[in-house]
Design a protein around this ligand. Structure first.
Ligand SMILES: NC(=O)c1ccc[n+]([C@@H]2O[C@H](COP(=O)([O-])OP(=O)(O)OC[C@H]3O[C@@H](n4cnc5c(N)ncnc54)[C@H](OP(=O)(O)O)[C@@H]3O)[C@@H](O)[C@H]2O)c1
Length: 209
């Protein structure tokens, strides 16, 4: 079977997860790296104009991937009732949640027919840890959005999300938070991005755990 060479924009390509996704997909496709400071295109998920500019700069695309997204890890006791902007939830909501949703909405209006959008969440949407409430909130919301958006996307566009457990490569920093969790390699997680981009499913949460 001859495969078509796709043009893929990968936000977060320089990260622990993103490097593995780039390595997997660049074997067969053109991967355009994006990040706030890294990559050939500058996109900040928290800045809608930079998302729109970045997509325009990237040109015609078959796939848009986010392997980025920040949240705040802190004890629940530190989270006080507060409005958006003053809440400790602000970073996660602005960056990993709304940032990825805005990227998906911009990609919807930009991708070639039949293109795909792939976002990133993580195991904390289903399996909580201490200090992980913001990550759980945001990951759950992104997964719910992806399921719903898949129903309405036009032009044969697809949308999926990859939810890895903690990565082997991140254990030096994260091990104390993830005792008893079996880490997976970033390379194994990258295969789920391959399934999303190169497969045919939509509305899926690809769990890598
Ligand atoms: N590491 C893990 O064990 C693990 C497990 C499960 C899920 N995840 C999820 O996977 C994603 C990536 O994690 P990671 O560990 O690979 O992170 P990382 O190593 O810190 O890399 C983050 C990447 O995203 C880019 N980035 C950061 N903030 C951005 C923003 N606002 N807009 C655009 N690009 C941004 C960074 O480049 P610039 O600095 O140039 O922007 C970098 O390329 C996150 O959503 C994380 O929650 C990670």
């Amino acid at each position: 079977m001859s495969e078509r060479r796709l043009r893929i924009l990968l936000v977060g390509a320089s990260g622990t997860l993103g490097r593995a996704v780039a390595a997997e997909l660049a074997q067969r496709h053109e991967v355009i790296a994006a990040g706030r400071r890294s990559g050939s295109i500058q996109i900040d998920l928290t800045d809608v104009d930079s998302i729109l500019r970045g997509l325009k700069q990237a040109g015609e695309l078959d796939a848009v991937i986010s392997a980025a997204g920040s949240v705040t890890f802190a004890p629940l006791a530190d989270f006080k009732p507060a409005p958006y902007g003053e809440s400790l939830h602000t970073l996660g909501i602005a960056d990993k949640l709304l940032g990825q949703v805005n990227l998906a909405l911009a990609a919807r209006d930009h991708l070639r027919d039949g293109g795909s959008i792939t976002l990133t969440t993580g195991i904390l949407s289903e399996q909580p840890i201490v200090q992980g409430s913001s990550a759980s909130l945001v990951n759950g919301a992104v997964e719910a959005f992806v399921r719903a958006a898949a129903v309405e996307l036009p032009r044969g566009l697809r949308i999926n999300v990859v939810s890895p457990t903690v990565l082997v490569e991140a254990m030096a920093a994260y091990a104390p938070f993830f005792r008893g969790f079996e880490p997976v390699t970033a390379a194994r997680s990258a295969l789920a991005f391959s399934r999303s981009v190169e497969g045919a499913q939509t509305g899926q949460v690809y769990r890598v755990f």
